[in-house]
Design a protein around this ligand. Structure first.
Ligand code: GDP
Length: 331
């Protein structure tokens, strides 16, 4: 069944534009995400009013979860000097296995730096040990059939998708595979640690492409999004060095309407020159984008600020993917 095995973010359960859409059977009644999105919202908001994001990060230091110590330090200390963004707690993405209402007393909640994502107990095996290109497919039916969980990377042409993929797998030539002639319009599968896939989808919005091709961004990938059972989440890349583009908002809106789980990856966050970036810093563009997206979503989806130049966000992306993946595998 469509979406049957997927994790739906609480934010995506009730996008304003598709409020009447029925929920998948697997998400009715006692699903933990649903409980959090509905029943426990009050206690989460209460907590939000009295705690800042940095408080949550402080709480994180002593929490006994199976994540790497350097990452914990980074989360808590802000060791790379990047400004820590303050996020109201009710704007956080809460993954499965975390009860926000208990976070204050048990210190089990923590927030990944440069994101709105709380780290939970499923965040293990996040490192990339091996990565190999498996195949290019022109249709969903041609994609690998081994049922391993996968994450799809998608974004406007030139958003920095290849660079990010390269930074995630740390193998330059591998990421370039998708840019070879004949493969730019394909679904490209990269197998990680022999246990999950990163999927590179065609970029959209080529400035040089004819209008009808640009308007048609979805036809190639829509079928994949709607029918790929092993797709855990889409990672939509947005260039944070420039103001939001209409086509990016349209893409996010379509994913929301169709209840496709989505994470926003803001790219090029190292580009800090206001003048060159249309007068705004990446943090401001990130905030603007989220304000705009609130028109389409009742609540903001998970997001992470990244840079392939400084590697900002790399470990956060891998931890986020790990907790979504490990939860998906268990359910
Ligand atoms: P793609 O078309 O989405 O695959 O984008 P690329 O990865 O080829 O990157 C497009 C351009 O943006 C290249 O000139 C990259 O060097 C540059 N770029 C990509 N990521 C970053 C980043 O994180 N920071 C900066 N400053 N430039 C980037």
């Amino acid at each position: 069944m469509l979406l049957h095995h997927r994790i739906l973010h609480p934010r995506l359960l009730v996008p304003i534009v598709s409020f009447s859409a029925p929920l998948p059977r697997s998400l009715r009644s006692d699903h933990p995400l649903l409980l959090l999105a509905c029943g426990r919202r009050n206690s989460a908001s209460l907590f939000a009013r009295s705690h800042s994001l940095s408080t949550v990060a402080q709480l994180a230091v002593s929490a006994p979860l199976e994540v790497d110590a350097p990452i914990l330090r980074k989360i808590a200390d802000g060791e790379d000097g990047e400004p820590q963004v303050q996020i109201p707690l009710d704007k956080l993405f809460v993954p499965p296995g975390v009860d926000l209402s208990e976070a204050a007393s048990t210190a089990s909640g923590r927030v990944l730096r440069g994101s709105n994502i709380v780290l939970g107990p499923y965040a293990r095996d996040a490192q990339v040990a091996t990565a190999e290109f498996i195949k290019s497919s022109t249709k969903t039916e041609e994609c690998p059939t081994d049922g391993l969980p996968e994450f799809a990377l998608v974004g406007r042409s030139n958003v920095g998708k290849s660079s990010l993929l390269n930074s995630l797998v740390r193998r330059k030539r591998l990421a370039l595979t998708s840019k070879k002639p004949g493969k730019t319009q394909c679904i490209n599968h990269f197998r990680i640690n022999d246990t999950w896939y990163l999927v590179d989808l065609p970029g959209y919005g080529y400035a040089a492409a004819p209008q009808e091709t640009r308007a048609n961004w979805g036809e190639f990938t829509k079928n994949y999004f709607l029918n790929r059972e092993s797709l855990v989440s889409v990672f939509l890349l947005i260039d944070a060095s420039i103001p939001a583009k209409k086509i990016d908002l349209e893409y996010a809106s379509w994913l929301g309407q169709n209840q496709i789980p989505m994470t926003l990856l803001f790219t090029k966050c190292d580009k800090r020159k206001k003048k060159k970036n249309g007068g705004k810093r990446p943090e401001e563009n990130v905030e603007d984008y989220q304000k705009l997206i609130r028109e389409y979503f009742k609540e903001a989806p998970p997001w992470i600020m990244t840079s392939s130049v400084t590697n900002q966000g790399r470990e956060e992306i891998l931890l986020h993917m790990a907790q979504l993946r490990n939860y998906w595998l268990k359910h």
